[in-house]
Design a protein around this ligand. Structure first.
Ligand SMILES: C[S@@+](CC[C@H](N)C(=O)[O-])C[C@H]1O[C@@H](n2cnc3c(N)ncnc32)[C@H](O)[C@@H]1O
Length: 243
């Protein structure tokens, strides 16, 4: 159902309030400016608590909207959704669209990496808290669920499988995601890569999962597309638009 334009400020996701500037941060920044010290005071992004930055949410909004407005055929998929920070952002954008495509999410939903006792319960609760319908949930290892449970045609994909630690495993996970998703991505479809970081090219960012770029460099070597780095503020981001 088309509910009129969706503004960036209307989007919310778990912990999004933490990233809004507090009144005292604005006040101190303003006082410093008056003292001719152009320094902004703001709490730094907490990579342990927050899964997505404001800048990355803006990127997701613009990229998913471009696919919807362009009527690119296919589903929306997310590989790596944890408790649903980015899933709820994508879900709100879809919910606001007339005739939204189906959304499918893939995750282990186990507590090994998370601080949550039940990741899936929290995922469901985070959707309920903002009145958002659940996407199609595919619980399990993406080496098993993908591509067998992937939709045949994909318009938009978000790959966010990094949990730090084992860089080689993460490289293999992202390579698997690229090989399976890219083959089903419609022309003009978009693939967004969390943590895509190119030292010297990514502005700010955080190279927390270097396996993403390693996997992309190898995969796109013989492809027509190239990954484009985006500004993600304190987090690194990249995307590809299928030719
Ligand atoms: C950084 S988190 C995703 C964050 C999420 N996009 C959000 O905004 O909350 C990475 C996720 O990848 C998942 N993951 C890691 N390895 C996986 C695998 N082999 N199969 C499925 N999911 C996996 C983890 O369970 C974790 O939830």
């Amino acid at each position: 159902m088309d509910q009129g334009p969706l503004h960036f400020g209307q989007l919310s996701w778990p912990g999004s309030d933490r990233q809004r500037k507090r009144w005292w941060e604005r006040k101190v920044t303003s006082l410093l400016r008056k003292a001719r010290l152009p320094i902004a005071v703001q709490r730094s992004f907490d990579h342990r608590l927050d899964m997505v930055s404001l800048e990355q949410v803006n990127n997701l909004y613009l990229l998913l909207t471009s696919v919807l407005v362009g009527k690119v055929p296919g589903a929306v998929v997310e590989l790596g959704c944890h408790t649903g920070s980015t899933t709820t952002v994508l879900g709100q954008i879809l919910q606001n669209h007339e005739q939204p495509p189906a959304m499918h999410v893939y995750d282990l939903f186990d507590g090994a990496w998370s601080t949550e006792e039940s990741v899936l319960d929290r995922f469901r609760a985070n959707h309920a808290a903002i009145g958002l319908a659940l996407p199609h949930i595919h619980k399990g290892d993406v080496f098993s669920t993908v591509p067998s449970e992937l939709p045949d045609q994909i318009a938009f994909a978000h790959v966010d499988l990094g949990v730090g630690g084992d860089h080689d495993l993460h490289y293999r996970l992202v390579t698997h995601a690229l090989e399976t998703v890219h083959a089903r991505l419609s022309p003009h479809g978009v693939l967004v890569l969390m943590d895509y970081h190119v030292p010297g090219l990514t502005v700010d960012g955080n190279d927390s999962n270097p396996g993403v770029r390693k996997a992309c460099d190898a995969f796109f070597l013989n492809k027509r597309e190239r990954v484009i780095t985006l500004y993600g503020g304190p987090c690194s981001h990249g995307f590809v638009r299928k030719k």
